[in-house]
Design a protein around this ligand. Sequence first.
Ligand code: SDX
Length: 468
Amino acid sequence: MAKPAKTLRAVEMTTPKKRPERPVIVDKNNAPAEKKRAKPAIARLTIGDKINLELPIYEAIEGAPCIDVTSLYKDSGYFTYDPGFLSTASCDSEITYIDGDKGILRYRGYDIDELANKSDFLEVSYLLMYGELPNKKQKTWFDNKMIRHTMVHEQLNFLFRGFPRRAHPMAIMVGAVASLSAFYHDSLDMSDPDQRELAAFRMIAKMPTIAAMCYKYSIGQPFIYPDNDLGFAENFLYMMFATPCESYEMNPVLADAMDKIFILHADHEQNASTSTVRLAGSSGANPFACIGAGIASLWGPAHGGANEAVINMLKKIGDVKNIPEYIAKAKNKDDPFRLMGFGHRIYKNYDPRATVLRKSCHDVLNELGQQDESLLKIAMELEKIALEDKYFIDRKLYPNVDFYSGIIYRAMGIPTNLFTVLFAVARTAGWVAQWKEMVEDPAMKIGRPRQLFVGSKPRKYEAVAKRK
Ligand code: SDX
């Protein structure tokens, strides 16, 4: 990795900066051994005239109560059936709460718009991991810890060399992040809280470095080392856009918008990629490999890949006058086209992240003098028309987090195929916090769903000569 000549500082011949001592941290995950639940109410289930079950109901602090069906099969011989998990809770969690009807998103009880406007990504990562906002000492220690894990092992450079330069960056991310399990053998014993914490620091801190390496590799520029004097988002932009030939001018408006975007994408309850990380982690798999599995799931266009798909859709629409044709396509059941960046499994009201991003979008485009950005004009008109259309209103389809993020990234000069990589950089804080919460839950069991078998009845093997 190279460092821009002009920012190379003479190596100070002083002793290394004193690293802050670890402060006392009240980690909410180190909860008492068993879950303290209020005396559960009872749900009565009658099946036919022989089976009468009483199932405990657990009240939530916020949101829907849950009927505990863990004993259902043992007591009745029945499974529950819920492909896509529309009505199934996979775990207890204290980390994030979403109210889709009210457009509420809270990390550890704090509203997302407050965190996005008043906090920073590393502070939010601390909050997600430990459950409380850090005091000054804790924040200094945590920020310093993170900064010291931003570099990756030099050998990783050779892994990159094995990929074609035109490889999709998410394909590289899946491989590169999972490969970290080959480098760090001192943070693999998941029963050791210190090793779990070290693995968590490494995952959050190294993601921006690997993401920037994906970009540099794709354009044939040398990798840029992280600069420990910079903040998390600043460092990412620096590693993305600095070159060894000239000093890099940080734009604080862009750095602030980047940090805000990271906060907005940090966690989101048990979404597809987070559930993937939990399921992989429930077998005790290596944490880096679990995050690699989460990246693979996030890549899908129905999930984190939507921000890239939004830009491709806006480019395809090409002009405001073509919007009605695409709205009609989105409504046509025989047409696979969907309005990317619209709709959400949980938000049946505006995605609160889209509200914050919409404002950031205008701030960034104004800062860069791109107010007339053509795709933004199409996006604003598309949003206006869709929100007045009965089809979208009836189905409560609103712009989600991915609708605006792509326009901001594009304005910043980030290539479209890197958008989901940035989503993964941010979501690693949530994946790590959720993985940590699961691994530290004394009641944790390996995830192993059941099925409704609708295949062949028993049949005998026939020699190939006799088969039709
Ligand atoms: C993310 O889970 C999370 O939290 C995810 C996420 C996170 O932070 O982790 O929030 C990030 O993934 C945001 C979503 C990004 N994806 C997109 O923008 C892709 C476009 N959206 C759709 O693919 C869809 O809305 C989903 C996948 C997001 C949600 O799908 P659901 O909940 O399974 O809803 P559905 O497919 O059952 O749709 C219900 C109806 C259907 O019509 P009907 O059969 O009832 O007539 O709404 C229609 C759908 O056809 N519909 C759409 C649509 N989304 C749903 N029609 C047109 N365009 C769309 N975008």
